[in-house]
Every structure is written in C-alpha cells, then in structure tokens.
Ligand binder design. Structure first.
Ligand code: T4K
Length: 413
C-alpha cells in the first residue's frame, strides 16, 4: 500500500465499513432455510423438538460425551449447571474472562472468588486457586480461554484434595482438544456457548455436556421449569430451553465447522506472517499438536518493547474502521458489582492486571478477506513507524475511536 496515509493523518479510512472481531458464520444458507421451513411446516417451534434433539446428539458426538443438554445461551447454561451441581458459598473463577462467567454465579447468590492467571497461557493458575480455597468454597470454575484448555490435572488435584466440584466454562472451546481428547468430558460438566459470534453458532445458544447421567437428568429438568411430567414439578427450574430455529442454525453451523476452522487457521497464519518482526508485538500461539478452532486472534502488545501503547494502537485501528477489541479488559474484578464487593482484589491478581492491559483481539473469521489482514498489518506497521506523531495526533483529533466507558453500539453496517 505504498503512498497511502493513515486516516489519522487525513487519509481515507482503510475500510469503508466496520471490520468486526466476530462476524457470524452462516454456513449453508439454503440448508438452514430448508430446516426453518420444515420447522414452520411442522409447527413445532420449541420445547425439545426434533431439531434440538438432533443438535444435542451432534454436540455430544463432537464433544465425546454421553450427554448434552441444549440451552438458550451459554450464560444460562452456566447458571443451570451451577445450580444442578448444588454449588453454594464461594466458587473460584479466573478474573480474566468474559463477565458472564462471574455473573452466572453472582446471579444466584454464589460469590465468585477471583483467581489469577498464568501470564503466558492466560488460563486460571492452579497455584492461585489453591490459595483461595476456604471452608465456604464449593467449586472451581475453570475457563478454557481462547479455546486453549486449562491445566485440568492440577485443578482436579486441588478439587480432589478439598472435596470441591469442578466445572469448566468452555464457551470458546467447542471443537478443541486437550491431549487429543475433545473438550467436553472434563470435570463434572463443561459448558459451551453458541452465541452468534462463536465460530459455531445457533444464533443464541449454549449447552452443558457431561458424562454424569444423574447430573444430566437434573439439568434437563431445571431448564424446563423442573417439570417431571405434565402436572408434576420436582425442582425449582427456569426456562432455559433452546428453540428449534436456533437448533437448525446450530446443526447447519456444525456442518460447516471443519471448513470454518480451516479458514480461521489460514487467517491466523497470515497474521503471524504479516506481523512478524514488529517490535513488541506477538500473537498468542496455538499448540498445533491439538485441535484448535482459531476463532480468536490475540495480539500481545508489550509496553516495554512496542513504540505504541495497546490503547493507542486500538485507537489507530478504530480510526481505520478496524474494530479490534480489548477482551477481557479490565477483568471481572474491576467491574461491578465485584469491584465494590472486594475493592482490594486487584492487588492479588498481578498477572490478570498485566495481561488485561496489553491484549488486543483482531478481526478474523471467513468473512475477513486475506488481503484485509495485510491491510490491518500495514496500518499497524505504519503507526509503529511514527509513534510520537501518532500519539500527538490521537490527542488532538476528533476521529471516531474505540468508545471508553459506557459506549457500546449495536449494528453499525
Ligand atoms: N463465558 C465466556 C468465556 C464467554 O466468552 C461468553 C460469551 C460466555 C461465557 C457467555 O456465553 P453467551 O451467554 O453469550 O452464550 C460477545 C458475545 O456476545 C459473547 O457471547 C462472547 N462470550 C463475548 C466474548 O463476545 P460482546 O458484547 O463483546 O459482543 P458484541 O455484541 O460487541 O459483538 C462482537 C463483535 O461481533 C462485534 O464486533 C460485532 C459483531 N457482531 C455481533 C453480533 C451479535 C456481528 O457482526 N453480528 C452479530 O450478530 O460479547
């Protein structure tokens, strides 16, 4: 892109429309619409219809588990799993995760206690977990962040030692493996998200997978108001059901997943090449010996080596219409209600604090053209070439950039 000027210095933005981190994958549209038509013809729209049953079988097959219970979203799946496991008191979770992991507990009166992460893997640190166990602790909730799996063995050891339950938030990890075994059968249960932005989506959706038949039975009842039969209720329950159209999308999406993984991996590798050698920048690596879904491209901006700070780089990208994200800044412990409940937590979470301050998620997925990656890398390279001018210009320009604080938007293009 010789001769081009950054939007910050009065050039045209590199992209005319916003480039998002997580554009949904649609899969075979005709196949999806065929399924939707069938649903409409049958007039069976929800309440454990044929498509949800098929989706559950398919997710269980992919995860290698005996049971799968499809739910309306990943957050409700976590809530129901926690309740079916009789979790109470305190549950240890990483602070570096999407806030839903913590909210799913707090929402039902369980206190999330925040553990630190390993700074290299971004995953919950078992040594930090061990220090946080108290007589009130009922479980550990690990998160397989970015689709990379927790140190399951070490967490199992802590759980065994203290008689704790072990649950995994596998929202990012559908289709991923740990030592060659698919994510799904670790701990008492694992929870997937099939939100629109996940590489396999059911519009909105989630699932609990487990090999524990009694737990599966309880979850199945609880997501359907606790109904044991037409007139009999056995538990307090909620409405966590997945509807038929979501399941149709989920099935269509699973059919496309191998191709999506291939395209995601291609994009991840192109980023690796395109960003190579830039000072202070590195991509989080995936272990090629495992199956990964490559749905997140995680850029680490080392403040000691990169001429521009993470947030300046974020702003430069947004002025070019590249809507990179700071997942999961600033960490759950710095969000309400947690920061008010335990204002001192930050001091015990040095790695979370550090990592949350230097991570940038870059756009990826099949809807991103390979050339777009070159353009994004070009923007970054150019910005790093003149860091002082960039910082100065960011201070004085009114160009649109990443909203701070309460700013969020819905559909923009
Ligand atoms: N645990 C973990 C570790 C999670 O990451 C999540 C969810 C959960 C639990 C809970 O699962 P769910 O209850 O959501 O099933 C997004 C997703 O909403 C959320 O599902 C996801 N994690 C999280 C990491 O990302 P936001 O608020 O950042 O999404 P939003 O609306 O800004 O969208 C992201 C990008 O995708 C934007 O750049 C716009 C684009 N987009 C979004 C949607 C919905 C589209 O292009 N089309 C769309 O339809 O949370």
């Amino acid at each position: 892109m010789p001769g081009r000027v950054l939007a910050l210095f009065s050039g045209q933005p590199a992209f005319a429309a916003p480039v998002h981190v997580g554009r949904p994958n649609i899969g075979n549209r005709a196949r999806f619409l065929e399924r939707v038509n069938d649903i409409l013809d049958c007039r069976w729209l929800s309440n454990y219809g044929a498509y949800v049953q098929e989706f559950e079988r398919e997710v269980a097959r992919q995860a290698g588990t005996q049971h799968c219970i499809a739910v309306c979203n990943g957050t409700v799946a976590l809530e129901i799993a926690a309740r079916a496991l009789d979790l109470e008191g305190e549950v240890i979770v990483p602070a570096f995760t999407f806030v839903a992991t913590a909210h799913a507990l707090q929402w039902q009166g369980i206190k999330p206690v925040f553990a630190d992460i390993d700074p290299a893997s971004h995953l919950i640190d078992p040594a930090s977990v061990r220090k946080l166990v108290t007589p009130r602790t009922s479980a550990i909730l690990g998160v397989h962040l970015w689709g990379r799996t927790c140190d399951v063995d070490a967490l199992e050891a802590v759980a065994r030692e203290h008689g704790l339950k072990l649950l995994f938030d596998a929202a990012h990890a559908f289709g991923c493996t740990r030592r060659g075994r698919r994510v799904g059968g670790h701990g008492q249960a694992e929870v997937f998200s099939f939100h629109a932005t996940k590489f396999v989506n059911s519009l909105e959706g989630g699932a609990v997978v487990t090999n524990d038949g009694e737990l599966a039975r309880r979850i199945r009842l609880m997501k359907n108001f606790g109904f044991l039969g037409y007139d009999e209720v056995g538990y307090v329950g909620t409405n966590g059901k997945m509807n038929e159209v979501s399941a149709a999308m989920g099935l269509t999406s699973i059919e496309a997943m191998d191709e999506v993984i291939r395209l995601n991996r291609e994009r991840y590798q192109r980023y690796l090449q395109a960003l190579e050698g830039l000072p202070g920048l590195s991509l989080l690596r995936y272990d090629e010996a495992e199956q990964n879904n490559y749905q997140y491209v995680v850029l680490d901006v080392d403040p000691a080596a990169c001429p521009l700070g993470r947030d300046d780089l974020l702003d430069v990208l947004w002025t070019e219409n590249v809507q990179a994200r700071r997942y999961f800044y600033p960490g759950c412990h710095r969000m309400e209600p947690y920061r008010s409940i335990a204002p001192d937590d930050a001091s015990g979470l040095p790695n979370t604090e550090r990592v949350a301050g230097r991570i940038l998620l870059l756009p990826t997925g099949p809807s991103l053209e390979m050339d777009d990656i070159e353009t994004i890398a070009w923007i970054i390279r150019l910005a790093l070439r003149e860091p002082r001018a960039v910082v100065e210009r960011l201070r004085t320009t009114a160009l649109p950039r990443h909203p701070r604080g309460a700013g969020r938007s819905g559909r923009t293009a």
